[in-house]
Design a protein around this ligand. Sequence first.
Ligand code: ZN
Length: 219
Amino acid sequence: MLTGSVGKKAKNKPGDVNVVQQIINLRGDLRKKLPKIKEDSKIGPKTQLYIDTIQSHFMKKPDGRIDPFGRTIKKMWPVAYGKPTNRPIRGADKYGSGYHGASRGRRKHDGADYVSRPGQNVKAPLSGVVTKISRPYSSGIDAKILSGVEIIASDGTTCWVWYIKPAAKIVGKVVEAGVSVIGRAKTLKNRYKNGITDHVHVRIHDRNGRKINPAKVIK
Ligand SMILES: [Zn+2]
């Protein structure tokens, strides 16, 4: 969720500073009595004070620096999972089953499909930051209609959520699993005609690219 370090003697790329500032504002419990801060993407004495304060809750000697995949960012925005549609994984229909590893002819289904009602709010399956719009199809009518997002967690776990219309200005936003709305579900019936169960496709892999079965982590 961070692409470089933030704080003292750090890289302080504006996008990363902004992510830290969003988390500071979302975590009133870590800020204690300190008020919210301006999300201006700039490191300054104020943002630095907040980083030191937050670290003092769990470090004897705060170093004032947040490293990607490090202890501080994992404490600030823990890895967590949540249900995207509040509906179960798609059972078998004409096009197969929605479980991770289900057969798709010569290949295997690489995510899990959560049943959706087109138009419903879809929530983040993973806590992290929305890094980009992720597109399931590069051509055809669906390339325009069916879209998705990529979410990266504090430990580098990465999640793609497909077949949604992403919420406005969602890229760059810090999201909480099972709470933050990332978009609205779209129908797949234009692509698959009759017999498909509308769903959102959720694919998760760890920092090293190893696939994770969503059903094992989304409870
Ligand atoms: Zn799928």
